[in-house]
Ligand binder design. Sequence first.
Ligand code: SAH
Ligand code: SF4
Ligand code: F3S
Length: 435
Amino acid sequence: MTQPKKLFIKTYGCQMNVYDSERMAEAMGGQGYVQTDRPEDADMILLNTCHIREKAAEKVYSELGRYKGLKAERPDLKIGVAGCVAQAEGEEIMRRQPLVDLVVGPQSYHRLPDLMARTSNGAKALDTDFPEEDKFEHLKARPKAKRGPTAFLTVQEGCDKFCAFCVVPYTRGAEVSRPADRVLAEARDLVERGVREITLLGQNVNAYHGHEKGLAGLIRELAKIDGLARIRFTTSHPNDMDDDLIAAHGDCDKLMPYLHLPVQAGSDKILKRMNRQHTAEQYLRLIERLRAARPDLHMSGDFIVGFPEETEEDFQATLDLIAAVEYGSAFSFKYSERPGTPAAERPQVPEAEKDDRLQRLQALLTRQQRALQDAMVGREVGVLFEKPGRMPGQMVGKSDYLHAVHVAAEGLAPGDLRRVRIVESGPNSLKAVLV
Ligand code: SAH
Ligand code: SF4
Ligand code: F3S
């Protein structure tokens, strides 16, 4: 019997890349590849990359550099670059790093097995098209293997918003939604395989229009699936938060009380220059409406500090907005100049200033998150258990609000959804007992 070939995939960037990596591994599974977590054992190495900030993109080149020795030892090792760096810099990757055999952009993954075949005689292959056909419909059906209790499911891709700082509209292309019936079929299949929580993914997931009633319509259909206990979605744009989606947070029990709704900045001047198409006030009113529908909603956000021409006063407006919202979690970044985006042409904020603002912003966010987490002590919440903890007898899972929670109790298994009482709040997780 011949040994199966081995595939090592390293994933960078957002959850959509995580989902795509799974689907690529499955596609290569059809070609006889099994996954390995050791690059030194692999017949094929695939980097699924992110272009969002300069550091993310540079990581790819340093990672590729590490494979020089492996490639020298085994010239038939295939090295591929997928994802957003592949899309943005495909030809440059080929030039800068001759050990790369194959480059595939995010909309062409269904062509990966063909591209691989093309490299068999030492040729190089590059595909960064935005093809007419939908990659997901051309990827083979997902194998029936049992899987863990949580899963990502991409329902929407691409972005038409063109925020002045962002590469995503260029790397992922225009907004496209998958038809609701396909999404529902994939969700039912995931549930049959043991999944109890699905996170719907899209670069602008609430711009979803594959169902006549938009994302809320899709969520209400998903909620009818027996065995599916929890639904989440990410990432949303404030301007695509329609009335029905707001209402769903109040009337759909399976929709979890946690919402990632990036705002990026609190100064109207900066929001305008970012091309976000809304004001700070509009964002705050939107959160008021969401909290009227679901009072315990935990908010999460993304922030950029040091956007071109951001003054100390503009930055203060961001701190004020954060103080008004009280975030349960957040992600914050120093502005990174991206080639080809309008903001890269504007006067830049000095690096030291960006560092200082990021520190102050993160200090405030950390205080808020910690306060909200501490306020959980004594409360009862649902927890979906995912895996054993580090201590014997312990299980770890996520609360309705996405806190990591651990519980020491006999007989708990991954996939169990139980009510717990929070008894302690630590730096990164909560401790609880079953009720
Ligand atoms: N589609 C989502 C997220 C896109 S990228 C949205 O609209 O919110 C994730 C986050 O990366 C963004 O929310 C933003 O905070 C950050 N980001 C994007 N481009 C950036 C850049 N050039 N510099 C720093 N952070 C950036
Ligand atoms: Fe980027 Fe803005 Fe689109 Fe989000 S909405 S992906 S930040 S361009
Ligand atoms: Fe990065 Fe592309 Fe996602 S740039 S954040 S991997 S859409």
